[in-house]
Ligand binder design. Structure first.
Ligand SMILES: [Zn+2]
Length: 84
């Protein structure tokens, strides 16, 4: 691989999986999407027993909520796509 290609690959590796912002160190998402992801995960942990849903079912439910924020919607859509 030549230096130019390495630069391109490296650049992609440093980007959020969802948008093109730089990733948080050690993560796959930028700080905004990481924050939204953490909140989704917290909600899943507290809802899963009450709703009796798995991760996918939870994401589908979340996407139906009108009050879901843009960041959380993008994260949920992305996770759902990758869970298929
Ligand atoms: Zn992002």
């Amino acid at each position: 691989m030549n230096a130019a290609m390495e630069g391109v690959v490296k650049n992609m590796e440093d980007r959020c999986l969802i948008c093109n912002r730089p990733r948080m160190s050690g993560g796959q998402l930028c700080r905004y999407h990481q924050q939204a992801y953490d909140r989704l995960m917290d909600a899943f942990i507290s809802w899963r027993t009450a709703l009796n849903v798995d991760w996918r079912g939870f994401l589908e439910e979340v996407l139906k909520l009108p009050e879901i924020g843009e960041w959380a919607r993008e994260v949920a859509e992305n996770l759902l796509k990758r869970a298929q």
